[in-house]
Design a protein around this ligand. Structure first.
Ligand code: SF4
Length: 273
């Protein structure tokens, strides 16, 4: 286990003990995780991603006939076709691309829906079929942070020279309402701080592994335990039952690591929203 993805990092930040049980000790799930059941909206999100990927790979329009797919996906797809994000001339599209960055003994890893790369800019696109989220939420999201760090720390992996911070941007493109899509840019100071924080976390996890601590710290938040399959290992079953886990909506479910780990194991085949 030397890959550190967004979901693994979030797992660690939610509960270090869960990270230890799942990724260090590699204990099997005590019970079948609910995450193994891919929900209808995840399947729809995946389908939409496949259509958009084919579009950027230049598949003939005839192969993208959406007549046999669910109406909701058809609607997102037609919306996309009406107003796809503008690609600057001369940019090179990289579709469903995995980027890794060696850091503190780890391979930091992320899979990008679309990268548009030129000698002057790198644009990250992430397709969203869930509800629109606020700019501030997105800026603080670990997906944003990790993806930015992967590019900021690894321009060479894309075959381009290091670019100014302002030339790197990430767009969350909303299929339900493209007008509300959010593009984020950060200055150099933010990028350096962000990369340093990820480096610090990676080093901290490495240290904990080397120290071989028997039990890593348990989360203080019983709400987290209420939806965790490892409750029995932690003696949290009864306590967790007293706390009502909030019902997930699409975005909350998307950001709950325990719902993503099953996909994470499949080399970052994370559910699509
Ligand atoms: S039950 Fe709670 S403390 Fe134990 S691993 Fe799960 S989230 Fe962490």
């Amino acid at each position: 286990m030397n890959r550190l993805s967004r979901t693994r990092l979030e797992t660690y930040l939610h509960c270090q003990r869960r990270f230890q049980l799942r990724h260090v000790l590699q204990l099997p799930w005590p019970s079948p995780p609910e995450a193994m059941q891919q929900t209808r909206w995840q399947q729809q999100g995946e389908l939409f991603h496949q259509f958009v990927a084919q579009y950027y790979l230049g598949a003939p329009a005839a192969l993208l006939d959406p007549s046999i797919i669910p109406p909701e996906v058809q609607q997102w797809w037609q919306t996309f076709l009406r107003q796809p994000p503008a690609a600057p001339s001369g940019s090179r599209p990289l579709v469903e691309t995995t980027v890794t960055l060696p850091l503190e003994g780890w391979q930091i890893i992320g899979r990008f829906d679309l990268l548009l790369v030129s000698t002057e800019a790198v644009q990250i696109f992430d397709w969203k079929t869930g509800r629109v989220r606020e700019r501030a939420q997105l800026a603080a999201d670990w997906q944003t942070r990790l993806y930015m760090a992967l590019i900021w720390g690894g321009f060479h992996a894309l075959g381009v020279e290091r670019l100014p911070a302002e030339s790197l941007e990430m767009t969350y493109w909303y299929a339900r309402d493209p007008q509300k899509s959010v593009t984020l840019r950060f200055d150099r100071e933010w990028q350096e701080k962000n990369l340093a924080e990820i480096r610090r976390l990676a080093a901290q996890i490495s240290r904990q592994m080397e120290e071989n601590q028997a039990i890593w710290p348990l989360t203080d938040h019983l709400e987290t335990c209420a939806r965790c399959s490892y409750r029995n290992y932690c003696g949290r079953s009864e306590a967790a039952q007293l706390v009502a886990a909030p019902p997930p909506d699409r975005d909350e479910e998307r950001s709950e690591p325990h719902l993503e780990e099953a996909w994470d194991e499949e080399l970052l085949m994370e559910p699509r929203e």
